[in-house]
Each structure stands twice: as structure tokens, then as C-alpha cells.
Design a protein around this ligand. Structure first.
Ligand SMILES: C[S@@+](CC[C@H](N)C(=O)[O-])C[C@H]1O[C@@H](n2cnc3c(N)ncnc32)[C@H](O)[C@@H]1O
Length: 316
């Protein structure tokens, strides 16, 4: 495997603090990446503590072997999507854990490796798969997706409808003509069609983000995690999520808020069967943002928001 590019963990202290780690507790790092958050959690765990860390990227898991070897048996690495978290915990005979952390998005390693095809700057095949569980590369997605659906993905990241439709049509044409379509070629096309809008992210970044999210089913994975996590947590257990853009943050914010409302029965159900008590309490009313020092030292922290809840009751 080629060298793993170091990843500077975002909101490291804040995320570990909000988990309020118990030395003998069981914790989940849903997004191992470069292992920074995992290492900080392990530091707070005593000899009986346990950490299960997931990543869908085999390169992240391979890079984690050193931490694994130095963890005195407290760390377990799982190469899978965190949406299968509950099933993996059950297979390990773990019914409930004390805390779950998810630091969403891509790692610096994924972003900078040109053969992974995530970046317009590092020209490479337009792949964008975070791991082998993603069904197809971005180049294949462009060939198979319907033009209307593709334009809809672009509008979800604030592209104007006319430009979104034109981009979708021209991208599908280019992908059909170029079997080895590269990130550079795609960026060139975006720059020809999409105008930068004042106050908005660079169009290339927005369109690349839309494709990346679709290739990896990112929003679906977040929704699944937020739906499954409560039943994996003990009373007093904590769920903390770091998001990096507004679409992601909206899903996290709404998903966590849903856990804090009184009744979670379907709206049309005549009688409440959930007990009418909130599952959790919100620990972060506004979301925690990086401080000035972190922003100065880590450009990627700019758009990060940490949100967390604490479980008030057990969820079956
Ligand atoms: C921002 S990085 C995590 C960095 C890590 N917290 C650290 O301190 O080094 C995100 C990682 O999560 C992984 N990831 C993203 N979505 C995932 C999912 N649905 N299931 C499992 N891993 C995922 C990516 O492959 C990437 O390695």
C-alpha cells in the first residue's frame, strides 16, 4: 500500500470531551480515517475499556495496524460502512455501548491521493469511492444516471436549474466519450458552464461534493447511523457527530433533534406506544464550532460543526 497521508483531526478535544469517556466503557469510532480521534479515545480508556472503529476504506484500516498493535487488545478495527454498526456490534456480542463518534466526509489521504479521484487539483481517474462497498465510480455513475436525476443532485448543492441541466447533459456526453474520464477534465467542463456565485462555494467544489455524496450514498449512511445508534447506546451513552457542509449538517441536526422530542410514534398513529418520553437530550443547542487557533492551523476545520446528544432511556 502506498503511504497514508496524515490527517489532522478536527475538533479533537471537543469531540472527545463531549463523549465524557468512562475508562472502562465501550466506544465506537464510526469513521477511523487517520485514527486521530481513536487514539485520543484510547488514551482516556483504561485497561478494561474497548473501542470499535469502523472505516469503509481498506487503506484507512491498513494504516490503523500500528494503533491496533499498541492498543493492548482494546481496539477492534472493522472495514465496513458504519450503517452496519448494529449488526457488527451484535456479532461481537456487544448489546449497548457508552458512546459513538462519527467524523463525517473524506480524509486528507483520500482527498490527496490522485488515483482515488476525489480532487480537481490532483488530476486522476474520476473514481470517488470511499471504499469497495460503493457500487460504482463517479465516472460510471455519470454514464448510468438519468440526466434529470443528475441535475437534481447539482441543484441540491445550490446550482442554478439552468446550469444544473446543462452540466448534467454535457457531463453525461463527456463520460460517454471518455472511458477514463479524469477529475481534471470534469473540472474544466464545470468551469466552462458554471459561474461562481458570490458568497457560495466554488462551483467545482460544490459539483464534486454532489457527485461524491451520490457515489458513496453519504446522506443515506448518515440517516441509517442516526436511526440505528440510539438502540446501540446505554442510558447516559452519547452520540457525537461532526459534519462539514450544510446538507450533511441538516441531516445530523434533524436526526439528533428527532431523538429529543416527546413522542416518536408515526403522526397518524391514534395512540402513543413509545411512552411519550424523549429518547435523548441535546448537549449542543447551537453546535460546537472550531476555535480560532484550530481555524488558523487547519483549513479543513472551517466548515466543521459538532453536535451531540445523551441518551435518557434505553431504546430496544
Ligand atoms: C474525516 S475522516 C475521519 C478522520 C478521523 N476522525 C481522524 O481523526 O483521523 C472520515 C473517514 O470516514 C470514513 N467514512 C466516511 N463515511 C463512512 C461510512 N459511511 N462508513 C464507514 N466509514 C466512513 C472515510 O473513509 C474516512 O476515512
Amino acid at each position: 500500500m502506498e503511504e497514508y497521508t496524515a490527517h489532522t483531526s478536527v475538533l479533537l478535544r471537543e469531540a472527545v470531551d463531549i463523549l465524557a469517556i468512562k475508562p472502562s466503557g465501550i466506544y465506537v469510532d464510526a469513521t477511523f480515517g487517520g485514527g486521530g480521534h481513536s487514539a485520543a479515545i484510547l488514551e482516556k480508556l483504561g485497561p478494561d475499556g474497548r473501542l470499535i472503529a469502523f472505516d469503509r476504506d481498506p487503506e484507512a484500516i491498513a494504516h490503523g495496524q500500528d494503533l491496533l498493535n499498541n492498543s493492548a487488545g482494546r481496539l477492534t478495527l472493522v472495514n465496513d460502512n458504519f450503517s452496519s454498526l448494529k449488526e457488527h456490534l451484535a456479532a461481537m456480542n456487544i448489546l449497548k455501548v457508552d458512546g459513538i463518534l462519527a467524523d463525517l466526509g473524506v480524509s486528507t489521504h483520500q482527498l490527496l491521493a490522485e488515483e482515488r479521484g476525489f480532487s480537481a487539483k490532483n488530476n486522476g481517474f474520476l473514481d470517488m469511492r470511499m471504499g469497495p462497498d460503493a457500487a460504482m465510480s463517479a465516472a460510471d455513475l455519470l454514464r448510468t444516471i438519468d440526466e434529470y436525476q443528475l441535475a437534481t443532485l447539482f441543484m441540491a448543492v445550490d446550482e442554478k436549474p439552468r446550469e444544473a441541466r446543462l452540466l448534467a447533459r454535457e457531463m453525461k456526453k463527456l463520460a460517454g466519450e471518455r472511458p477514463e474520464l479524469t477529475t481534471g477534465e470534469l473540472a474544466e467542463l464545470i468551469q466552462k458552464i458554471s459561474m461562481p456565485h458570490p458568497g457560495k462555494k466554488d462551483p467545482t467544489k460544490r459539483i464534486f461534493l454532489a457527485l461524491r455524496m451520490a457515489v458513496n450514498g453519504e446522506l443515506e449512511a448518515i440517516d441509517t447511523l442516526l436511526a440505528k445508534a440510539p438502540s446501540c447506546l446505554k442510558i447516559g451513552g452519547r452520540l457525537a457527530v461532526i459534519s462539514f457542509h450544510s446538507l450533511e449538517d441538516r441531516h445530523v441536526k434533524q436526526g439528533l433533534r428527532r431523538l429529543t422530542v416527546n413522542c416518536t410514534c408515526p403522526p397518524k398513529q391514534p395512540v402513543c406506544t413509545c411512552g411519550g418520553k424523549p429518547m435523548a437530550r441535546l448537549l449542543t443547542k447551537k453546535g460546537i464550532l472550531p476555535g480560532e487557533e484550530e481555524l488558523l492551523n487547519n483549513h479543513r476545520a472551517r466548515s466543521a460543526t459538532l453536535r451531540a446528544v445523551e441518551m435518557l432511556r434505553e431504546v430496544p
